[in-house]
Design a protein around this ligand. Structure first.
Ligand code: FES
Ligand SMILES: [Fe+2]
Length: 403
């Protein structure tokens, strides 16, 4: 159980709050590049800020303030053109740095500017950085940077704080209950024949490494050298759960829209057959939570059951009412990591997961047997380069779908 104040510190995302300032040290995925073809202008809400993403006729991508400097219509109605984004109302035009570059009726263009943030494109996604300069590098995580995999991405807004999603990823034991017992109850209730049984968890452990946490579990019936116990799978701090890879993987990215909403952004990929041509774009889907007639989340399978649990804890889970127990040691570790890293930012240091050295910015979070070479403790960091392009081509054991 923690105090209300501590809970606010963990969950706030807005500018000027301790949590919001910490979160602004990371790059965030905000859209798929492929979507810009059909929707070259999009409203975006990220870390409590309303913004406008656009692609100009020249192909430049910009992320600028929500409203026109003239009379404040939303720029989401704007018209993309060669030199930027033209406001729908009277035609004032903005470049990607937020400068007004044209005021059609006026004798001269006044030197006005709206806010603007840097964006970069990687892995078929548009990434935004809302923090102070000098900005860190956009991390080239294996799943986004490799050119020999095919990807898809989905975006689903959820009515809850992002930390609830991450708590769930640090809590292996829920698998047995939420996805086993509840999943089976759901099937019985809906006349679905498939019976679900999940094995009991015997042990859980968590190891820090240079970019986050590996979670491990030993379940009944598995040998002590099972991948899920010896290797586990990583959470790239602070917001990416990695599931897989084997023949496929996914990054579940929990992107804070604001304190009470999260954009669950799931990037899924699989290694491309060497005979296939390069994927020319990453297809994107926009999804929405489905509810039953009593307002509960409809959750027939694993990811949806997780979303049900996150949403079921309320818009911001009231952790002052919790009773954390033995199964919650990963959750406690993760909360402590958040608090430590907020303090780091307050001291002017870089938080965990920020990368500034281009020499270290290559796909480097490996997932399976190679992982031992960059396991770390709080006091030591090993060299991740030996893991470069580590990729297990063999089929993933069933355990790896336990997110
Ligand atoms: S409100 Fe945008 S140009 Fe007038
Ligand atoms: Fe789950």
């Amino acid at each position: 159980m923690i105090s209300k104040e501590m809970n606010e510190r963990l969950t706030q995302t807005g500018a000027g709050t301790p949590g919001g300032e910490w979160l602004r040290r990371y790059w965030w995925p905000i859209a798929a590049v492929s979507e810009l073809k059909t929707e070259p202008v999009q409203p975006v809400r990220l870390l409590g800020e309303d913004l406008t993403l656009f692609q100009s006729g020249r192909g430049d991508v910009g992320l600028i303030g929500e409203r026109c400097a003239h009379r404040a219509i939303s720029l989401a109605y704007g018209i993309p053109q060669e030199n930027g984004l033209r406001c729908a109302y009277h035609g004032w035009t903005y470049d990607t740095a937020g400068h007004v570059v044209d005021m059609p009726f006026e004798p001269a263009c006044l030197p006005l500017k709206v806010k603007a943030y840097p964006v970069e494109v990687l892995g078929g996604l548009v990434w935004a950085y809302l923090g102070p300069e000098p900005r860190p590098l956009l991390p080239r995580w294996e799943g986004v940077a490799r050119s020999d995999i095919d990807r898809t991405v989905s975006f689903k807004p959820l009515p809850c704080n992002w930390v609830q999603c991450m708590d769930n990823s640090m809590d292996p034991v829920h698998f047995e209950h939420l996805h086993g017992y509840y999943g089976d109850y759901y099937n019985r209730k809906h006349g679905i024949e498939q019976r679900l049984r999940t094995a009991r968890h015997l042990k859980i452990e968590f190891d820090l490494f240079e970019y986050g946490v590996y979670k491990r579990r030993l379940i009944e019936g598995d040998p002590e050298d099972a991948d899920d116990w010896v290797v586990g799978h990583p959470i790239i701090f602070p917001y990416i759960l990695v599931v897989g890879p084997g023949v496929s993987f996914s990054y579940q990215m929990r992107v804070p829209i604001d304190d009470t909403h999260t954009m669950h952004t799931v990037l899924a990929g699989k290694p491309r057959d060497p005979d296939q041509t390069l994927q020319d774009e990453v297809p994107a889907r926009r999804e929405h939570v489905k509810y039953d007639e009593r307002g509960r989340v409809n959750a027939p399978w694993i990811v949806l059951q997780d979303e049900m649990a996150w949403i079921g804890q309320g818009s911001v889970s009231d952790r002052s009412q919790e009773h954390l127990a033995t199964s919650d040691k990963g959750v406690i570790l993760y909360h402590n990591l958040i608090l430590e890293n907020i303090e780091k930012v307050q001291r002017g240091e870089d938080p965990l997961g920020m990368i500034r050295d281009p020499e270290k910015n290559f796909p480097h979070v490996s997932f399976r047997r190679e992982r031992a070479s960059h396991k770390m403790t709080r006091s030591g960091v090993s060299d991740p380069r030996s893991d470069r392009f580590a990729w297990a081509a063999s089929a993933a054991p069933a355990a790896e779908s336990r997110g």
